[in-house]
Design a protein around this ligand. Structure first.
Ligand code: ADP
Ligand code: NA
Length: 350
């Protein structure tokens, strides 16, 4: 079997928000004790949203600083940016030839981002999940911590791995580069693992503070909709105070949150920050009004986020250090990626 290996990525677009932090980065940090981890700033992915960035390199450094400030150790693990390791793009091209257009057309993120004028969306936006599969599989990563919004892309990654394993099964066996793995009831000899997502916990999907039906997102035009990792204590408190809620008190049980997405979201944020369950939050605050819960949530958010923001500022000030982390990480990632690609080229006959 493969040694467990964790990969995940974050795009260098805009400010990191509480959804990114609770849904992804906090998990990245926690996994370091039990796994080998590769954390990537996916700058190539960000071109799908906007090709011309004035400050892409600085955005990449800012995400890197956030990784480091949150507690990712770049000596024990690997931190780098995607465009340094061109094997990602090479494998993505091969996967573009493995995956089917129909698979890509079904992706809800593509449909959301492309909007009505789908014919005019970039080919890169359509192929985004193929590059994401390459990011993961070029390291033959076994686990990917992500927010709930990425679930469908992880399923597609497994589909691509499975089709590659299947299409080239004879060559994989002939070269002796396969590993036994279970696919349903069957045991097959595959080169790429069927990577598992690590999704879940109370903060897998943090919603907008202004609209409980939309996820908290970097691209939301309303600044009140999200808490940025770099927000100061005053703006954190203000955004929580202004967060949309309903007039009821908090329930004592989880069932009582049904049909109350805004309330559930704030409870999930509290739970994620405090590293407890939503049930435990309701045990403490059940029966209380938001006029009591919101200030407690604001205090907790400031207590947990202020040190991260402070570290981010400190680390961002040392640009040479950040660049050294990326360059060292890129070199180490490149060796691993090239080892995979050598075999992939052999399998394909390139
Ligand atoms: P965004 O979705 O904000 O543009 P990315 O695509 O770079 O950011 O996502 C980085 C990570 O943050 C991914 O693992 C994604 O699933 C996670 N994430 C993004 N938004 C949320 C959210 N609102 N709640 C939980 N996790 C999220
Ligand atoms: Na996302």
């Amino acid at each position: 079997a493969f040694k467990p290996l964790v990969f995940s990525g974050v795009q260098p677009t805009g400010n990191l928000h509480l959804g990114n932090y609770l849904g992804a980065i906090k998990k990245f940090v926690a996994l370091q004790d039990t796994s080998d981890c590769i954390y990537c700033v996916v700058d190539l992915h960000s071109l799908t949203a906007q090709l011309v960035h004035e400050d892409l390199k600085d955005q990449t450094r800012a995400i890197t600083a956030a990784f480091l400030a949150s507690g990712i150790d770049p000596r024990k693990h690997i931190v780098f940016n995607q465009s340094r390791v061109m094997q990602h793009a090479e494998l993505a091209w091969i996967f573009n030839c493995v995956a089917r257009i129909g698979w890509m057309n079904r992706m809800t993120q593509f449909k959301d981002k492309a909007g009505k004028d789908r014919e005019n969306a970039s080919l890169g936006l359509l192929a985004y999940p193929s590059l994401m599969a390459a990011d993961i599989l070029v390291y033959r990563a076994t686990h990917v911590p992500v927010g709930d919004d990425q679930k469908q892309h992880l399923e597609l990654t497994r589909d691509i791995a499975q089709k590659f394993n299947n299409d080239f099964s004879d060559r994989i066996a002939g070269l002796g580069v396969g590993v036994e793995m279970k696919v349903g009831e069957e045991t097959v000899n595959g080169f790429f693992p069927l990577t598992e997502p690590i999704i879940g916990g109370p903060a897998a999907r943090i919603m907008s503070l202004r609209d409980g039906s939309k996820k908290m997102s970097k691209s939301d035009p309303s600044d009140l909709s999200r808490i940025n990792l770099t927000d100061d204590a005053d703006s954190i408190s203000k955004k929580i105070r202004k967060a949309k809620t309903d007039p009821e008190a908090l329930p004592g049980e989880l069932d009582g949150l049904a049909g109350r997405p805004e309330a559930e979201n704030l409870v999930g944020i509290y739970a994620g920050l405090a590293e407890i369950s939503k049930e435990a939050v309701l045990k403490e605050f059940g029966g209380q009004q938001f006029s009591v819960f919101k200030p407690a949530l604001a205090d907790l958010a400031v207590e947990k986020l202020a040190p991260v923001a402070g570290e981010m500022r400190r680390i961002s000030g040392d640009r040479a250090y950040v660049d050294a982390v990326l360059s060292d990480g890129g070199e180490r990632a490149g060796l691993l990626a090239e080892a995979t690609m050598k075999t992939v080229r052999d399998i394909i006959g390139l």
